[in-house]
Design a protein around this ligand. Sequence first.
Ligand code: ADP
Ligand code: MG
Length: 280
Amino acid sequence: MMSQNDNSKDKQIARLEAQLLMLKEQLLQSEKLASLGQLAAGVAHEINNPIGYVSSNMKMLAEYSDSLINLVKLLSQQVDEAKRLPLLAQFDFDYVCADLPKLVQESEQGLNRVVDIIHDLKDFSHLEEVEFVDADLHQGIQSTLNIVSNELKYKAGVVKDFAALPPVRCIPSQLNQVLLNLLVNAAHAIEQHGTIRISTGFDDNWVWFSVSDDGKGMDEVQLGRIFEPFYTTKPKGQGTGLGLPLSRSIVEKHQGVLDVSSTPGVGNCFTVKLPRQPQR
Ligand SMILES: Nc1ncnc2c1ncn2[C@@H]1O[C@H](COP(=O)(O)OP(=O)(O)O)[C@@H](O)[C@H]1O
Ligand SMILES: [Mg+2]
C-alpha cells in the first residue's frame, strides 16, 4: 500500500524530472547557438579570401572596360559612317557603353556589402577570443547593430545617443554578446512598435553603455529573478533564461556592473558600466 508520503514524493520526483528535461533542452539550445556562432565565424573566414580577389578584379574590370570603350570609340571614327553605324547598332554599342559602368558600380556596391557583413560576423563571432584589448566601444556597438538590425526593424526604431568615448580595456566580442542579448530582450519587451535607445558615456572612473526600451517593463518580483539562470517569461523556443546571467558574468569578468531599472508599462533600462582602469 502506498502512503500519502510516498505519493507526494513521487510527485516531487516527477516534477524534478520534468525540470531536468527542460534544463537539458535549454542547454542543448544554447550549445547549438554557440556552435552556430563558430560556424558563422568559419564561413566568414572562408569567404573572405575569394571576396578579396573578386573585389580587386572588379576594380581592374572597371578600368579595362573604360579603356576598351574608349578604344572602340576612337577606332570607329576611322571607319566610314556607312559601315560604322550598322556595326555599332549590331552590337548595341551605345547601350553597352551606358550600362557597363552601372553594372560594374552595382557589383562593387554588392561586394562592399558582403565585405561589411563578413567584417561584422568576424567581429561578432570570435567567441573563443579571450584577449583583453583597448577597443572602441562604438565600433562593437555598430557591428552588433548591423547584425541584428533586420530582427529589430519590425519592432523598434533604434536611436543612438553616443558621447565621444575613450578606449576601453575589454574583450570586444564578449561585450557584443552582451549588447546583442540586451537588444533582443528590448525588442521582445515591445509589444507593438517602439523605440530602443542606445546611449554611451563616461566619467573619471567608468565608461558605460545603456540599452533602454519603451516596452512592458518589469515589476519588483521579476526584477528580483532576472539574473537567475533559466528564469524566463518567454514561451518555449523563444527564451532560454540564460541571456542575462551570461551577460552579467561577462560584465563581471570585466570588473564592471550590469545595472537595471524598470517601470511596469513604461519601459526598461540596462546599463553596462566598465572600469576605465581595470585592476590587472
Ligand atoms: N528589456 C526588458 N524588458 C522587460 N523584461 C525584460 C527585459 N529584458 C529581460 N527581461 C526579462 O528577463 C527575463 C530573462 O532574460 P534573459 O536572461 O535574457 O532570458 P530570455 O531572454 O531567454 O528570457 C526575460 O524572460 C524577461 O522576462
Ligand atoms: Mg534574452
